[in-house]
Design a protein around this ligand. Structure first.
Ligand code: HEM
Length: 129
């Protein structure tokens, strides 16, 4: 039986497994491998992000909108809805592979919402560019 997502250790495993898939993906891996220089730091930051999101820990203090607008600019506005679709499918696949229960559904829903929000903000930032 797969386990429930109960604590930070579970999120550490989730984030590490997810980014292994991201890095191996032929269509979207390069956005990450060409941008992220310190993977240990990135995985820690993303674990903070999801811990703050799910367990209200307040550890994550960053701004994902600014970060993603900058990535889109760096790659000459190459980020499409299909890229976000691949990201989301890998997120869902990782969640289903490792865990089950209510928090799996919550993390799917939050990522879907956030993906839409980030993508729309990317469009807005292009208009201003
Ligand atoms: C629901 C979708 C997504 C979520 C929830 C998400 C979340 C995050 C978060 C929280 C960060 C850290 C931002 C910070 O520095 O504080 C980040 C960084 C990053 N994301 Fe995403 N992301 C999503 C989709 C994507 C997609 C589709 C791409 C593909 C281009 C992407 C590429 C990156 C990259 C390259 C960074 C590193 C930025 C840097 O360190 O300069 N993300 N993401």
């Amino acid at each position: 039986m797969r386990k429930q997502i109960e604590n930070r250790d579970d999120l550490t495993l989730l984030v590490a497994t997810f980014y292994d898939k991201i890095r191996a993906d032929k269509e979207i891996g390069f956005f990450f491998s060409e941008t992220i220089t310190n993977w240990e730091e990135h995985l820690e930051k993303l674990t903070d992000f999801w811990e703050t999101n799910l367990f209200a820990s307040k550890k994550y203090q960053g701004n994902p909108i600014i970060a993603h607008n900058a990535v889109d600019k760096k790659f000459d506005q190459q980020i499409t809805s299909a890229i976000f679709g691949i990201w989301l499918n890998l997120w869902f696949a990782t969640l289903d592979e490792l865990f089950e229960g209510e928090n799996v559904d919550i993390l799917k829903r939050r990522a879907r919402k956030m993906g839409t929000f980030l993508f729309m903000n990317i469009f807005e930032s292009r208009r201003k560019a």
